[in-house]
Design a protein around this ligand. Sequence first.
Ligand SMILES: [Zn+2]
Length: 412
Amino acid sequence: VSELVDFGCDGVRGKVTSKKDLGQTKNGKPWFSFILDDGATDIKVTVFNNADKFFNDVVVGQTIEITQIRISIKSEQSKKFDHCASTYEIGLKDQSVIKVVEDQVESKIKIQTKTINEITALDSTQAVNCILFVNNAFLKESQDPQKPWWNISLQAIDIEGTSAKVTLWNKELEKYQYTKQDLQKFKNQTIGFYKLMAKKDEKYGLQLQANGSTQIYANDLSNFEKAEEHIDFKNSAAFQGMVQQLKYMETSPDQRSKFGRMGEMKDVIGGDSIRCLALIFLNANVETATYVGCSKCKKKDCQGCDGAPTRKYFKVSGTMADNTGVQQATLFDNQAEQILGISAEQFSVMEPNDQQKKLQQGITCEVVIKHQAQNGEMREQARIQGLSKETNYTEWFQYKVNKLIGDKVGMM
Ligand SMILES: [Zn+2]
């Protein structure tokens, strides 16, 4: 279908995703329409010729090939009823041939997702697929008991960090057994929307709304099980922008350490270390951020290194946080140096004002931490075993998506 741009083609292949019942034209002629989807895009096929005969050849869920078709650019009139992604529409001729074809080996349809910017650039109302991260969710409801309605409006951002509002009406949400009380379930979730309606409005700008054909894949496996689709991401690396904009911290995958969240630290006491994405703030006290130590053994009052020269080292307490919890940790020299981007020696010769500023910034890092209870105290601390500002957001994003789709469906 996506190759229709090449007008020379006279056949299409795709899966029938929906079919309208037979209707009658003003002249009493039967007609119907259906939607064909090849995974990359969908297109509306309208049948006026031989509608009775073709109606039985078109079965929802089957992959079909149609040859001898008529392709035209969607008219303004059609656009009102045709919300398919394709800019073309198809008509069948008397001599058109519909053939059922074997589903391709790869049974999962690849969904083309669009970014908010791409959606904004569309010139007409369309159904789009997108993956959005929900920053916040709000409930609106009717004050009139005669006309009860409610909706959840999501403040969401996409992979590039562009924000948009998505409105989910009670009618659509109830299909998924969501209630008003599920508002919280949407927050801080990555949600896949299949066939979300995108409409542009002079007054309100871009409007994203669910309608009857929209499918919502939230972090809820009961929904994932229904998902036969396989989500295709264009630009996972761009996710970095999103994470930074949000200052949202999540876990990141690693071959050796398990993903984790700050809030899970207490569950792994004495156990494995976990790898988290965390926002780190250092103690902004300039005086206590560094110490003078032996250049060989780093000790403060070294007696044994044959009078080796001294140098400055960082040793600064810090706070690591993600959206599930907070941990205190001490950052030793190389860790603080990585975070701040300068050595303790360089730091010590900066202007006091600049030193202060340097210490005051929050930095997102990937950290491998292990739980450590303070000696004799109940106060919990984490020991940082590894730290990197070079977070692998691609992996992290895939981890999120794995969670989103669920292991049951099988992953890319
Ligand atoms: Zn020493």
